[in-house]
Design a protein around this ligand. Sequence first.
Ligand SMILES: *[C@@H]1O[C@H](CO)[C@@H](O)[C@H](O)[C@H]1NC(C)=O
Ligand SMILES: *[C@@H]1O[C@H](CO)[C@@H](O)[C@H](O)[C@H]1NC(C)=O
Ligand SMILES: *[C@@H]1O[C@H](CO)[C@@H](O)[C@H](O)[C@H]1NC(C)=O
Ligand SMILES: *[C@@H]1O[C@H](CO)[C@@H](O)[C@H](O)[C@H]1NC(C)=O
Ligand SMILES: *[C@@H]1O[C@H](CO)[C@@H](O)[C@H](O)[C@H]1NC(C)=O
Ligand SMILES: *[C@@H]1O[C@H](CO)[C@@H](O)[C@H](O)[C@H]1NC(C)=O
Ligand SMILES: *[C@@H]1O[C@H](CO)[C@@H](O)[C@H](O)[C@H]1NC(C)=O
Ligand SMILES: *[C@@H]1O[C@H](CO)[C@@H](O)[C@H](O)[C@H]1NC(C)=O
Ligand SMILES: *[C@@H]1O[C@H](CO)[C@@H](O)[C@H](O)[C@H]1NC(C)=O
Ligand SMILES: *[C@@H]1O[C@H](CO)[C@@H](O)[C@H](O)[C@H]1NC(C)=O
Ligand SMILES: *[C@@H]1O[C@H](CO)[C@@H](O)[C@H](O)[C@H]1NC(C)=O
Ligand SMILES: *[C@@H]1O[C@H](CO)[C@@H](O)[C@H](O)[C@H]1NC(C)=O
Length: 785
Amino acid sequence: MSCLRLHFLLVLLLCCVFVSTVFTIDALVVELAGCRPDQIQDLKQFKNEFDSRDCNQTDYFNGVRCDNMTGMVTELQLPRGCLTGILKPNSSLFGLHHLRSLVLSFNNFSSSSIPSQFGNLNKLEVLALSNNGFIGQVPSSISNLSMLAYLDLTYNELTGRFPPVQNLTKLSVLGLSHNHISGNIPSSLLTLPFLSTLDLSGNHLTGTIDVPNSSFSSTLLSLRLANNQVEAQILGPISKYITLTDLDLASLNISHPIDLRLFSSLKSLLNLRLSGNKLAPASFGSHPDIPLNLNLKNLALSGCGISQFPNFLRSLRNLELIDISNNRIKGKVPEWFWNLPRLSIVTISNNSFTGFEGSEDVLVNSSVRLLDLALNKFSGLFPKPPHTLNLLSAWNNSFTGNIHLTICNRSSLSALDLSYNNFTGSIPQCLSKFRSSLTAVNLRRNNLEGSLPDIFYDGSLLRSLDVGYNQLTGKLPRSLLNCSSLKFLNVDNNRIEDTFPFWLKALPHLQVLSLRSNKFYGPISLLGQGPLAFPELRILEISDNNFTGSLPPNYFVNWKASSLQMNRDGRIYMGDYNNPEYNYQDTTDLQYKGLFMEHTKVLTFYSNIDLSGNRFEGQIPESIGLLKALIALNLSNNAFTGHIPLSLANLKALQSLDLSRNQLSGTIPNGLKTLSFLAYMNVSHNQLTGEIPQGTQITGQPKSSFEGNAGLCGLPLKQSCVRTNAPPIQQPEQEKEEEELLNWKAVVIGCVPGLLFGLTLGHVIALYKPEWLVKKIGRDKHRNH
Ligand SMILES: *[C@@H]1O[C@H](CO)[C@@H](O)[C@H](O)[C@H]1NC(C)=O
Ligand SMILES: *[C@@H]1O[C@H](CO)[C@@H](O)[C@H](O)[C@H]1NC(C)=O
Ligand SMILES: *[C@@H]1O[C@H](CO)[C@@H](O)[C@H](O)[C@H]1NC(C)=O
Ligand SMILES: *[C@@H]1O[C@H](CO)[C@@H](O)[C@H](O)[C@H]1NC(C)=O
Ligand SMILES: *[C@@H]1O[C@H](CO)[C@@H](O)[C@H](O)[C@H]1NC(C)=O
Ligand SMILES: *[C@@H]1O[C@H](CO)[C@@H](O)[C@H](O)[C@H]1NC(C)=O
Ligand SMILES: *[C@@H]1O[C@H](CO)[C@@H](O)[C@H](O)[C@H]1NC(C)=O
Ligand SMILES: *[C@@H]1O[C@H](CO)[C@@H](O)[C@H](O)[C@H]1NC(C)=O
Ligand SMILES: *[C@@H]1O[C@H](CO)[C@@H](O)[C@H](O)[C@H]1NC(C)=O
Ligand SMILES: *[C@@H]1O[C@H](CO)[C@@H](O)[C@H](O)[C@H]1NC(C)=O
Ligand SMILES: *[C@@H]1O[C@H](CO)[C@@H](O)[C@H](O)[C@H]1NC(C)=O
Ligand SMILES: *[C@@H]1O[C@H](CO)[C@@H](O)[C@H](O)[C@H]1NC(C)=O
């Protein structure tokens, strides 16, 4: 079973919804002439304290500004990714006493703590040190910076208690999010007279906050406490910050449900995010009182355990974005919902919706641009899509009927995911209209028929196309060649009858190509061409087709090393899709024969070649031994002849090896017994002879893995290899093996400059999930000066 999946998550998070108040730092124009030479010297020396190979000299000084009277450096803004190294306490940076604005964000000071010498720069008004890898506590000397209005320490690894900011009475923006700061939020923070933005999300803060009870006049506009472990009592005080426009309280891990009516006092609130908290059902009754500010624009209530459609939304006439995904709402989406005049981004995915109230025109006049209906129980015909629609994700429902041609009446469409439904008919030709906007199309697992239309015209922006598991026939459209951005092409499990698409080599970014289980035929290697040379290909799935021919010995030479970026969770980064509004995921999860592995594990080491179920003949290419990261190799059900390549012994990570049902002869290379991770091996139904290598990984296999080879002997088979006075059978073999291996290595080293390290190919297990969504939050926050 194989399935590839693509889905969209609307970005309902800070980056687009909660636009923070950002201190303005003007684009700096270099007037280095106005700077004193000793100051310039200091700046140069500062750079030299680090690895600045990636730093552009011009850019470096672009962010410098000096006082035109004194010649002292007053502003320094480093370009991103300029410096790497430890920021030392004696850094010449701390000689720049006249700095008023210092922006070092997005450099790499990994494992430096923030030197207390920052306390000497006491003219600082702006200090931005985000995304720098700083560790340890914020030094107490920070309290010396009495002029500070803007302090950004977000996205570091800072620990310890809340930094001492209570004396920074000019502070307006304070960002500490995404660190490991623990303990209570000091109540003195709330007496800071100018504080307008406070971002403490993603720390380990606990407790509650106190609100001074007399003459309390808040200036706070934006408060973010998401992902902390604060106490429920914090909600009362928060409701007194009546000036708030943005409030993010997602995932607070509060034990009892939150009553939305708590926030009814916040009359200026525009953006509210409560996702990941339980909400009190009282908030949702059909009773008429509206718990929230009527001007609310963005509301995120994802994963709040909601079981009833929130009828109060009806009164929120300014609502632009609503996220009620990951709840338990049943029944039909009410008709009035689509009439909210400003509605633009809607995600109701992962609920139990079964349909739409109203006629099939119910959506047509809605202003929705991004619509995510995935993972529900919608059935029947898809209503006519809204005119304004730009992105539609409806995967995993039970929609039937043809794909609406009216989808092509939209002015632009950037992504369409109708996978895992029951759509029938053919793929609309008219989609060609969107060539300058469409980046992703996923129609996997429907009942579509006809051929993949030849609609990919010049200038196409398509990056991902998945039509797997349909009943498509015909050939691969040659116009795919116009999709120069294409990265991911999956047509598996159809009835496409064509030759191997060597021509796709011309696509400079193609990384994943799956042709599995179709009727492709002919050779996958062109005579005299040697290695398959797709420039960026990482994953090639071709099993269960009708491919023929032999593969030259160097077929696997120069295969792209597995340079796909692997995320921490083992998923593979496929690049972002440059849309600020939604996240986009290509996923593929496959199980493969012979070996069961937990998906997560496989993802981490994943690398696999599967050419099974074709009609390949000739020798197995020796160059297979170059693919050192291979964990699974399946060449079963072909007509390979000759010996099992000795180079297989180089595949030290190999966990699964299936060579069954070929015409291999000779002995099983003794070197295979050194493969200590080999959990599954099958060489049955060949013409192998001699002794089975007696290593524990091999003798532990079932007999069936070796049967159908008349000449094999030794465990786990019953036939013992008769040992008489004659020398052991393996001995000479082994010497020969080593010799051949050496020769092979020599050949390879001679002709390939850099040996392969790893490879991802074949019948694979992978999950592609760009993490940029997560990264974007906050990281880009201060970039839009
Ligand atoms: C360095 O930065 C300047 C100004 O941003 C730019 O014009 C120039 O092309 C950059 N040079 C290199 C080598 O990237
Ligand atoms: C110096 O800067 C001040 C403000 O920063 C500006 O008003 C003045 O015109 C500048 N003088 C010169 C000579 O550039
Ligand atoms: C800073 O101190 C280190 C030792 O900790 C020393 O090697 C380095 O030369 C000093 N740098 C400057 C600029 O004084
Ligand atoms: C920062 O630099 C360190 C040391 O050079 C390196 O190990 C680390 O990967 C870098 N981190 C990032 C995010 O680039
Ligand atoms: C705070 O600033 C004063 C000068 O205003 C300086 O003398 C002192 O060393 C600074 N304290 C710290 C801890 O940096
Ligand atoms: C804040 O200022 C007060 C009065 O000037 C002083 O006593 C206190 O130590 C300061 N607190 C910190 C953390 O610097
Ligand atoms: C209000 O503050 C005063 C002191 O400032 C305190 O005595 C009183 O108990 C507080 N009232 C409440 C209700 O917290
Ligand atoms: C949430 O709170 C419970 C106790 O109420 C605690 O056991 C659990 O670890 C907390 N979860 C997180 C993610 O902090
Ligand atoms: C769907 O929502 C539930 C909570 O209602 C959550 O546990 C589950 O993980 C979500 N499923 C997906 C695929 O996001
Ligand atoms: C949509 O708007 C058009 C033009 O304003 C109108 O004729 C049509 O009846 C509307 N359709 C629905 C279902 O409201
Ligand atoms: C699609 O339709 C078939 C029969 O028409 C049904 O068996 C199947 O469950 C449907 N699949 C989905 C995902 O609704
Ligand atoms: C494979 O191709 C041969 C002819 O080359 C044909 O006879 C056979 O039916 C094909 N097999 C499949 C499964 O398409």
